[in-house]
Design a protein around this ligand. Sequence first.
Ligand SMILES: *[C@@H]1O[C@H](CO)[C@@H](O)[C@H](O)[C@H]1NC(C)=O
Ligand SMILES: *[C@@H]1O[C@H](CO)[C@@H](O)[C@H](O)[C@H]1NC(C)=O
Ligand SMILES: *[C@@H]1O[C@H](CO)[C@@H](O)[C@H](O)[C@H]1NC(C)=O
Ligand SMILES: *[C@@H]1O[C@H](CO)[C@@H](O)[C@H](O)[C@H]1NC(C)=O
Ligand SMILES: *[C@@H]1O[C@H](CO)[C@@H](O)[C@H](O)[C@H]1NC(C)=O
Ligand SMILES: [Cu+2]
Length: 340
Amino acid sequence: MQLVLLPLLCLQLLSVLPSVAAHGFVHIVWDNTKTYVGNIPQAEPTPSIVRQIDTVDPVKGANNTFLNCGQDAQLAESVATVNPGDEMRFLWQGGDLSTWPHNIGPLMWYMTECPGNCTSYNSSTAEWFKISQLGRIPNDPNGDWYQNNIYIQANVTTNVTLPSNIAPGNYLVRHEIIALHLATSLGGAEFYPSCTQIRVAGSGTGKPTQEELVTFPGAYSDTDPGILVPDVFDLPPPPYTFPGPPVAAFVTQGAGATGTGTAARAGPTTTATSPGGGAGAGKTCKLVRASPSASASSSTKRELEELAPVPVARPRPRAHSVSGIMRDLAVGLRAIGSRH
Ligand SMILES: *[C@@H]1O[C@H](CO)[C@@H](O)[C@H](O)[C@H]1NC(C)=O
Ligand SMILES: *[C@@H]1O[C@H](CO)[C@@H](O)[C@H](O)[C@H]1NC(C)=O
Ligand SMILES: *[C@@H]1O[C@H](CO)[C@@H](O)[C@H](O)[C@H]1NC(C)=O
Ligand SMILES: *[C@@H]1O[C@H](CO)[C@@H](O)[C@H](O)[C@H]1NC(C)=O
Ligand SMILES: *[C@@H]1O[C@H](CO)[C@@H](O)[C@H](O)[C@H]1NC(C)=O
Ligand SMILES: [Cu+2]
C-alpha cells in the first residue's frame, strides 16, 4: 500500500525537487587503510585522488569525450598507494549528497597505466582494460542489480578487488556506473565515469593483452546490447550483455582470482552506516520497496567521522526538465510495479 501512496507524494514534491538529486558523483573512496574525499563538482578543489568533474549530470552518448573520466574531469593532486588484491570502495552520492538515485544498470571498473605520475596524465587517448563488472545479482527473482544495493540504503559502497597479480605501477581506476532506466530508447543510457589515481606496489607481473585494451570514447556504441536495452524491465530478467571488452584474462587467472567484487569478501570493512535511517530515510521521491534496517559497523562509523569536512559549495544545478523527472518517475514506477 505504501508504494501506491508514494507516487502521489512525489507529484506534490516535484516543484521543490532539487534536480541535482537525480544524478551524482563519487564522493568518497576507501582503500584498505585510508579514506579519501572526492571533490564535489564545482567546489574549490582540495587535494584528492579522485578527478573532479564539473557537473553531476550524466554523460550522454557513447561518443562523448567526457566518457573518458567524467564531465570535464580535471587532474587530481594526490595518489593512493595500494597493493595488488586490495579492496577499494566507492561512495556514490546524488548531487545534494543524498543516496545514489539510480538502481538499474551495471557497475564496471577499468584500469590504465599512467606513463609517469597519474597526477599529470591526460588519459584522453589512454588504453584501458576491464578488471571487474557487476550486473544483475545472480538468481535474484526481481532481476535486481548490484547497483540497487547503493540505492536502497545510504552510505553503502560499490566495491572492487584489485587484481591480485597486477604489475606495479601508476594507474587510473575508471569506475563507471551506467544507469539504464531510460535505456529502452536509443541514447537514453546515462554514463557516470569516475577516475581515481593510484600507485600499485608489490611485484606482480599481471598485464592485459593488446586485444583487451580499449579507449573512451571508442569502447562503446549507442546500439550495444548493454547500452540500448529494450528488455531491461522484462521479467523474468533476461541475461545482460556488458558493454566493452571482457574482464582481462590475467585478472581471473591470477592467484586467488579476484576482480568480480563480491560483498562477502569485504568482511571487516562493512560499509553500511545508516543510523536509525533505514532505506530512503530523509529522501523525498525515491520509490523504496524494502526497508532493511541498517546495522552500522563501528569501524565504518569511525571512518566516516574521520572524514575531512565536506566543502560547502554545491553543484550548480543545470536545467532539468520536469518532464524528464516525470519520465524517470514513470519508468521507476514501471520497474517497481513489475516487481510485485
Ligand atoms: C559515433 O562514432 C562512430 C564511429 O566513429 C560513428 O559510426 C557513429 O555514427 C557515431 N555516433 C553518433 C551518434 O555520432
Ligand atoms: C586532455 O586533453 C583533451 C584533448 O586535448 C582536453 O580536451 C582535456 O581538457 C584535457 N584534460 C585535462 C585534464 O587536461
Ligand atoms: C606524483 O605526484 C605527487 C603530487 O605531486 C607527488 O606527491 C608524488 O611524490 C609523485 N610521485 C612520483 C613517483 O613522482
Ligand atoms: C560492498 O560491500 C559491502 C560489504 O562490505 C556490502 O554491504 C555492499 O552491498 C557492497 N556493495 C555492493 C554494490 O554490492
Ligand atoms: C552518510 O555519510 C555522510 C558522510 O559522508 C554523512 O554526512 C551522512 O549523515 C551519512 N548518512 C547516513 C544516512 O548515514
Ligand atoms: Cu541521474
